[in-house]
Design a protein around this ligand. Structure first.
Ligand code: F0G
Length: 417
């Protein structure tokens, strides 16, 4: 295992700088190059399933169960786990019809220990921090990364410092960081500014845990492993996820590339990234077919988790989208609220940022960008209780439009009421 530049045109190998985040040659983000697993894919698939019956705490984690594709080796008692990753794939009921799809499933990553997908990466990030003897970890956050880091750091006995944009984090997420005992620094400005501040403050003694940390990305990859296992390794046509700082898009792309290269899957599902209209630098660049991302100085959306104007993993995400022949779209705050209500009415619920997935799917279906027969999994990234102020403010009055998209390119209208 070693660190290398994530840009394949550079691919510089980085030696002797275990905590480096950027390529010293070209400045792009680093990634971990792991050894190819020695076992046959079918043998590994069976072993991963069998581990579900094991009492080893690593096997009880839906992340470490897939450790052949994770960094390490770490001693079993070094692994900091809260039993994360074992979340269900829930078939969408009337929600599927609402966005004109016959086969839609929600993988609810919000049903992780701290209510968010961040736990998948944090168990690996904090394990690595502990392995290296770090005494303090830090991150900038719109709330979820902070809560997750605070919880796992508390388990590991490491001090946690979180940098949050002042007044722009939901009370529930802030409460979690407080509860887990993190030290909180409020930064004037948005998430992008908070990230600048924490990066500037990082000294050699501080272990840094935003998603530009390549160890975190490795853990987040396992959302794809467990999804494909749940589908008996028959990939869906599309996997949809919200886009903020774009670490998760990078992780999903890396997972799919590794699974394909090692013979676990033949077909690669297409990634669809959905952003909020007010914080949509990737969607804009995608529409303009631009190679350059124009950062947004004042990103604005009520889906505060993804209120990000300058996504750091943009290059990695673009490569993931190209590799999977993906798509990008953006949705308004009204569309997010309506989609969130729909997910709630299906008895599932999620936080606003997660509802971008359904809102985006409906929009893409209405445009005819995907057919009603497509098999689709939407990743719900955060729990419904992550932003209860939003629910009180918005969801009491939201009207969910009856019926389905009425666009002319829709082959078949599916009634949901
Ligand atoms: N969904 C939720 C619920 C999130 O909290 C985030 C990011 C995203 C989606 C976007 O993921 O950044 O990998 O593209 N939250 C970060 C945080 C920024 O600080 O909690 P991404």
């Amino acid at each position: 295992m070693y660190l290398r530049c994530s840009n394949p045109d550079c691919a510089a190998r980085v030696e002797g700088q275990d905590r480096a985040l950027q390529c010293p040659r070209c400045g792009d983000l680093l990634e971990l190059a792991l050894g190819v697993p020695l076992l046959d894919p079918e043998v590994l698939k069976r072993m991963w399933l069998e581990r579900r019956c094991s009492f080893d705490p690593r096997d009880g984690s839906g992340v470490w169960r897939f450790r052949e594709f994770l960094p390490g080796p770490y001693a079993p008692d070094e692994v900091v786990t809260l039993g994360e990753g074992n979340v269900p794939l829930v078939p969408a009921g009337k929600t599927a019809a609402w966005c004109g799809l016959k086969a839609l499933g929600f993988k609810h990553l919000g049903w992780n220990p701290t209510g968010c997908f961040k736990d998948l990466g944090m168990t690996v990030g904090i394990t690595d921090a502990k392995h290296r003897g770090a005494r303090e970890v830090a991150c900038a956050s719109t709330g979820n990364t902070a809560a997750s880091m605070a919880a796992y750091a508390a388990r590991a006995g490491i001090k946690a410092r979180v940098y949050l944009p002042a007044g722009a984090v939901s009370t529930n997420k802030l409460a979690q960081s407080l509860d887990y005992g993190a030290e909180i620094e409020e930064v004037e400005g948005n998430f992008d500014r908070a990230l600048q501040v924490v990066l500037a403050s990082a000294g050699p003694e501080l272990y840094f845990l935003n998603s530009i940390n390549p160890y975190r990305i490795e853990g987040q990859k396992t959302a794809i492993f467990s999804l494909l296992e749940q589908l008996q390794w028959r990939p869906p046509d599309y996997i949809v996820l919200p886009g903020g700082n774009l670490g998760n898009t990078a992780a999903f792309g890396k997972a799919l590339a590794e699974l394909k290269a090692n013979g676990f899957i033949e077909k690669v599902p297409r990634l669809i990234v959905i952003q909020a209209e007010g914080a949509n630098p990737l969607a804009r660049a995608w529409k303009a077919k631009s190679e350059e991302l124009q950062p947004m100085a004042e990103p604005e959306t009520e889906a505060t988790a993804i209120r990000i104007g300058s996504p750091r993993s943009w290059n990695k995400a673009l490569r993931a989208l190209r590799f999977t022949d993906g798509m990008v779209a953006d949705v308004s705050d009204e569309e997010i609220s309506e989609a969130k209500a729909m997910i709630g009415r299906d008895g599932i619920g999620c936080e606003p940022a997660s509802a971008t997935t359904l809102a985006g799917l409906r929009k893409l279906r209405c445009r005819g960008a995907l057919g009603s027969d497509a098999t689709v999994v939407a990743m719900l990234t955060g729990h419904a209780l992550k932003d209860t102020d939003y629910i009180a403010r918005r969801q009491a009055t939201v009207q969910v439009a009856a019926g389905v998209c009425v666009a002319p390119r829709m082959e078949r209208a599916v009634q949901w009421k």
